[in-house]
Design a protein around this ligand. Structure first.
Ligand code: PLP
Length: 391
């Protein structure tokens, strides 16, 4: 029999989002009359705004005319979109189009970037953390070191004592729901510069930042242009979860050959982002789009704040929710996160995400999301407040 990638077996464990889906499906089959509400949703609930869908309609029309038809696009992003990204998201940073890559989702980008680095690169991932970096990297046959995050330190990573080649960071964070301040991120960037390490910085929730002391890009930290690759996506700000368009910066300062080699690699591995999606992404930068996006983000953040206050009122310990659409809630008593998940599902018919999905250090926590509908949050909170057994 042919030999397959044996590392893939490492992905067959209980702590997976797909197992939550399976468990919820089983519950629904057994209890067809019960109304489930989800506080676990990682997807957005608001539709794509009109100026963006109008631009996408126009792009579809372009494709149906001989004069405007487009086939394969630019391998690492069309100029019209790159111009907008550099003028808006990276204004004043001095990056060029050769350092910017348009792609089809940060989930893919944040792990496929490992192909830029040596197979033996020492990679550090905080625990708990968005699990895709580790699972995606495992499929690429990489191994990882874990950096424990502690409640007492508000889950902010310490400056590592060891030397790593790559460190994954995510801010604003999924699952904790907090974001690093200039000061906190500054220390990690200084470490990276001193240790010739590269920070792989997932910034897909940048639009949710409300605190003044939180940078909107890692490149606001002096020297980060020599020590960080930043990933962003239109998934959460512009509801592109079903459309797929993302981008990332590989600064020249990382390594003199990084971009020339990565461009060759990309030509061979990717045929460019979708034209319709890129035209939609271009329209995200219109003034009217920005106004509507701010309204949507406010809706999600208000919802997150409502959930944060409700869990605090119920006597839970809570983190996050001010700069990210997630809160991180500590379970009560001896319950671990799967026990809590089961109780919420079976007794209150509420879906939450067990923290252990994000790493072993998440075993006493739950991730709650504000990306769902306000009425679902209200329904869930009502059930929690009326729960006679109390937590
Ligand atoms: N990064 C983080 C931290 C996320 O939470 C998510 C989605 O939930 C992604 C990346 C995926 O982004 P995309 O839809 O661009 O693949």
């Amino acid at each position: 029999m042919v030999k397959i990638n044996s590392r893939l077996y490492e992905l067959q464990r209980k702590e997976l989002f797909s197992n939550i889906e399976k468990r919820v499906k089983k519950f629904k089959l057994k209890n067809p009359d019960k109304k489930l509400v989800s506080l676990g949703i990682g997807d957005v609930s608001k539709p794509i705004i009109k100026p963006v869908t109008t631009a996408m309609h126009k792009a579809v029309d372009d494709l149906s005319s001989m004069k405007t038809f487009r086939g394969y696009g630019a391998y690492y992003g069309d100029d019209f979109l790159k111009t907008k990204i550099l003028e808006n998201d990276y204004k004043g940073f001095g990056f060029t189009k050769d350092e910017l890559y348009v792609s089809c989702g940060t989930k893919t980008d944040s792990t496929s970037i490992l192909e830029l680095f040596d197979i033996d690169a020492k990679i550090c991932i905080p625990n708990p953390m968005y699990p895709i970096y580790k699972d995606g990297g495992t499929a690429l046959n990489r191994t990882f070191c874990e950096m424990d995050l502690f409640e007492e330190k508000n889950f902010v990573p310490d400056v590592p004592k060891e030397k790593y080649d790559l460190i994954y960071l995510c801010s604003p964070n999924n699952p904790i729901g907090t974001a690093y301040t200039y000061n906190e991120l500054g220390k990690l960037v200084d470490y990276a510069i001193e240790n010739e390490c590269v920070i792989l910085y997932d910034n897909v929730y940048a639009s949710f930042i409300t605190s003044n002391d939180v940078p909107h890009s890692i490149y606001e930290i002096p020297g980060a242009e020599k020590a960080a690759i930043e990933f962003r996506s239109y998934s959460k700000n512009a509801s592109f979860t079903g459309v797929r368009c993302s981008y990332y910066i590989i600064p020249e300062g990382i390594h003199k050959d990084a971009n020339s080699l990565w461009q060759e690699r990309t030509i061979n591995r990717f045929n460019g982002a979708d034209y319709i999606a890129q035209r939609g992404a271009e329209a995200v930068y219109l003034e009217e789009s920005q106004r509507l996006i701010k309204e949507n983000i406010k809706y999600y953040l208000d919802n997150t704040l409502y959930l944060r206050n409700a869990f605090l009122d119920l006597g839970f310990k809570v983190w996050g929710g001010l700069d990210s659409p997630f809160i991180w809630v500590k379970t009560k008593g001896d319950m671990n996160s799967w026990d809590f998940f089961e109780t919420m599902l079976e007794e209150l018919n509420i879906v939450v995400i067990p923290g252990t999905i994000f790493g072993s250090n998440g075993d006493k926590y739950l991730r709650i999301s504000g990306l769902g509908l306000k009425e679902d949050s209200e329904e869930a909170v009502g059930r929690l407040k009326n729960y006679e057994k109390n937590f």
